[in-house]
Design a protein around this ligand. Sequence first.
Ligand SMILES: [Zn+2]
Length: 602
Amino acid sequence: MADPAAYQVVARRYRPQQFADLIGQEHVARGLAGAIDSGRVGHAYLFTGARGVGKTSAARIYAKALECTNRKSGEPCNLCERCQAISAGQDVDVIEIDAASNRGIDEIRQLRQNVAVRPASGNHKTYIIDEVHMLTREAFNALLKTLEEPPPHVKFVLCTTEPEKLPITILSRCQRFDFQSVDTVAIAQRLAQIVESEGLTVAPAALELIARRAAGSMRDSQSLLEQLFGIAAGDKKNIELEDVHAITGTGKDEKVGELAQALINRDSPAALSALHECLTQGADAGGVLEQLLTALRNCLVASVGCGPETFIGSTSCGVDFAELGKQAGTATMLAMLQIIDHSLARMRLSTHTTVLAEMAIVRLAALEDLDNLSEIISGIQPTEEKKQPLRHEKKKLTPTTNQKADKADQTAPATSSSVKAKTPNSWTADKTTTPSVGAEPLVIWKNAGELVGGLASDFAAMAASVSQEASHFKIEFPASAGSATAFLSRNEITKQFQSALETLTGQSCRYSVVLQEKGTTNSSGSIPAQNGSSSKPSTPSKKTVISSAGLLKETVQNPLVSHALTTFDAAIRKVDPPRKPVNSHQDMGEAEETNTEESGAT
Ligand SMILES: [Zn+2]
């Protein structure tokens, strides 16, 4: 390019200019063009979908189509004065607001004042608000007033990647279009067209890899292509697969396949050498671990019977995914994926990424055969409590050092308390997390938990039922979920939940948490939230005092414990008194675990 200032990035130069250009969003294009063509245009639209799939492009096309003086079948002509002004971003009647940087009440007040003013040159004023979920609550309230009664010449297009963060009051006033992630093949085809018009040559395998790396985002794929064009400057006109690996920091697929195979063979030296080969060829440690995550994920889905159409990324990596998955076993695969995911999270915050990747590789290669362990443990469960094996494994087979110790020293008496505590805990976890019938307040409550995030979302998900009266939510928890109610009653947590509920419902909310009585679904024995609770605590639960001899006796009589003692040839060394009153074996198991087991996440 002769003039650097005049250079436009690929994603802008090849931005879709009419509905028919929207790749992978045919349903949206048809709906919008049809509405404009037939004159049935809504006053507010909500475009949702992942980033880079064409939401704001569609919004601009919509604005053009409304104003175009030479429109055909709902499509803008792109030739008339209005079309060209809007395409160039110079039309004063099409106003784009980035809510990520203008999230306050002042910007929306300004908008409300301007809304009343007639359009300068055309018939409509179109407001495109990008990342609308970033608006503050006050700004949403101000926007709501305009959305309720907009002047007839005003149209809104709200775009967001996170529609669940919008108040229901806003959602209910918009016609919603969900944009899909763009299919890899469609992205590769579009990239091929762009490459051709740029007069360059890119190997098809390279285009396919870019399309895969973009993971459904057309804009990301074009940014990657742009980087490749930088490489192609000068004499070099052909872009190869290696060039893509170089800019994305990924390793060759076959090397990743070798790495996966070595890990499943528990061959640390071979695995480390495969990693290092990728690194010396220019890959970065995080990129390789991400590829490994994808490859092992493919092994997992293949091992349970899914076909190549469900694979992500490379469809083979030079290995047989199904065969590898079966060789490793489901529980082991799940544990491996968790270790990699955990390592990737740590690598994002660290500068020692190579060391962390090596640690992950060594840990993966040293992982015990968890499916074998799973069989041993399932052998000690009372038959009526046996469930789907896969569901169980997910709950209990997190790769903790304790489990490895259990396996290694399974005949040592010292580990018996840890072993027997684990199994009852996995039942209670299964029971308490089973969602009840999907009433709407329950969904709101769980979404609020997701918004608060972390431990809060796990505890919120344990709710058995949720009822709502006006702005007051009453959340009932299973009797065994005392820790959840205690956590959710904490002052700072209460505040976070109230704010999350407010975001979701658009009104200020209160909530109270109560424990269900054991064996019933009636609510009583409530633990009120400290803040804004209306329910009163019932009679204090009776304190049960059990002597250590009685405790030992009861523990030995527990059928589960006796199974565990036989299976592991173990003996009870010590029983710690539970922290909570003991009313059932389940509770006791839970309490024991809290007391005897150290948290051992790797
Ligand atoms: Zn036009």
